[in-house]
Design a protein around this ligand. Structure first.
Ligand SMILES: C[S@@+](CC[C@H](N)C(=O)[O-])C[C@H]1O[C@@H](n2cnc3c(N)ncnc32)[C@H](O)[C@@H]1O
Length: 356
């Protein structure tokens, strides 16, 4: 980040709009310079959340269909560009961007063309659904709380035209609840790829779970804490640079022509044996409490250090992913295994296992 080129007044105005909840009411991008300052700071932090989601998907062996990525509410276009960094070339061969602000669309197109010279990049009209089954991947990032709730039904119908959907929002209780509502509405049409370890109703809908939420933490690059520009940005904006909570949803159309074999099933891990770790574990002497989502429900389980000291240490150091194979013995974990581990690419993750 080059601090000298940042427009601090614009950043403070944007931050105030995001915090006050007024951002949904009117377009707030006033110049390309606003977008450049946003892209280098707030959007970069959002990019770290995308990195975390994309790393989990990559390790799990999931890929989007071959085709184009559509970035809706693109802002400076960070989400589409992050997907292209991961799957550009092979699978994602074009980028389409849309925003209610033409300035944002222009910035996103220019930024993508700079980073990926020669890539087919253009704006798209979000009032026209794409042709279904043509390999369309929709990305939505930090837009949900700006959308009018009256438009929700039409929006859901529009989403139904895409082959895959990747959606990241801030990890607040409200955003998580909104994503869970969307999950429930879309799951008849879409397979739930992540973070859900099962295809049943969301366990957080149980009455006793209303105060909990589905969220994760991304790790910012360690170098930023020693970077005086980032430290000053954090201080001036009142942002704790360590905290990068997010909620997310990855969906894949059930009738897509490019149906991916779910890696967990291919590798012989039935839904009932898998767990997604939500939030952060709480550590005590000799054990940790893990808040886990499983097919049987969402709740806290006890993981004793002696069960697997090496994994316990990795959890303490935040060096694991969030998906595990689990075997319980009452409320205690009898066996916990990171799945898939970074070194373990499951069969079923490659192009030739795609079934039509
Ligand atoms: C907080 S910004 C997020 C931008 C970008 N997706 C990111 O993750 O950095 C929200 C974006 O949604 C756009 N937006 C808000 N309401 C919209 C609508 N109804 N239709 C299209 N774009 C919208 C805003 O103009 C803004 O660019």
């Amino acid at each position: 980040m080059n601090l000298e080129s940042l427009d601090w007044t614009a950043l403070e105005r944007l931050r105030a709009a995001f915090l006050s909840g007024s951002a949904g009411k009117a377009a707030y991008w006033t110049s390309l310079s606003d977008l450049a300052s946003y892209d280098a700071t707030f959007a970069e932090r959002i990019g770290w959340k995308w990195d975390s989601v994309l790393a989990e998907l990559t390790v799990a062996g999931w890929t989007p269909p071959i085709g184009a990525v559509y970035d809706f509410g693109c802002g400076s276009g960070i989400a589409g560009r992050r997907l292209l960094r991961t799957w550009g070339g092979d699978r994602l061969q074009a980028l389409r961007v849309s925003d209610r602000s033409p300035l944002a669309e222009q910035f996103a197109v220019d930024a993508a063309q700079r980073e990926f010279p020669g890539l087919d990049v253009a704006r798209f009209d979000a009032s026209v659904p794409p042709a279904t089954g043509t390999g369309t991947t929709l990305v939505i990032s930090h837009v949900l709380n700006e959308l009018p709730s009256a438009a929700r039904t039409a929006f859901l119908a529009w989403i139904g035209h895409f082959d895959a959907v990747l959606w990241v929002e801030p990890g607040t209780h409200a955003d998580s609840q909104a994503l869970i509502d969307l999950r429930e509405s879309l799951k008849s049409q879409f397979r739930l790829v992540a973070p859900c370890p099962h295809q049943d109703a969301c366990g957080l809908r149980a009455p006793e779970r209303q105060s909990d939420w589905c969220h994760f933490f991304a790790a910012p690059p360690s170098g930023i804490f020693a970077d005086s520009d980032w430290v000053r940005f954090g201080q001036r904006m009142g942002i704790d640079l360590r905290g990068l909570p997010y909620s997310y949803l990855v969906l894949q159309r059930r009738d897509s022509r490019q149906v991916h074999v779910p890696p967990l099933e291919t590798a012989g891990a039935p839904e009932g044996d898998t767990a997604r770790l939500l939030g952060s574990p709480r550590f005590y002497k000799g054990y940790a409490k893990l808040f886990c989502c499983q097919k049987s429900g969402v709740g806290e389980v006890i993981f004793q250090k002696r069960t697997d000291p090496a994994l316990f240490k990795r959890l303490e150091r935040q060096k694991t992913g969030t998906q595990f194979r689990i075997r319980m013995d009452g409320p205690k974990v009898a066996e916990l295994q990171e799945f898939p581990s970074s070194g373990e690419m499951p069969a079923g993750s490659t192009e030739d296992t795609v079934v039509l």
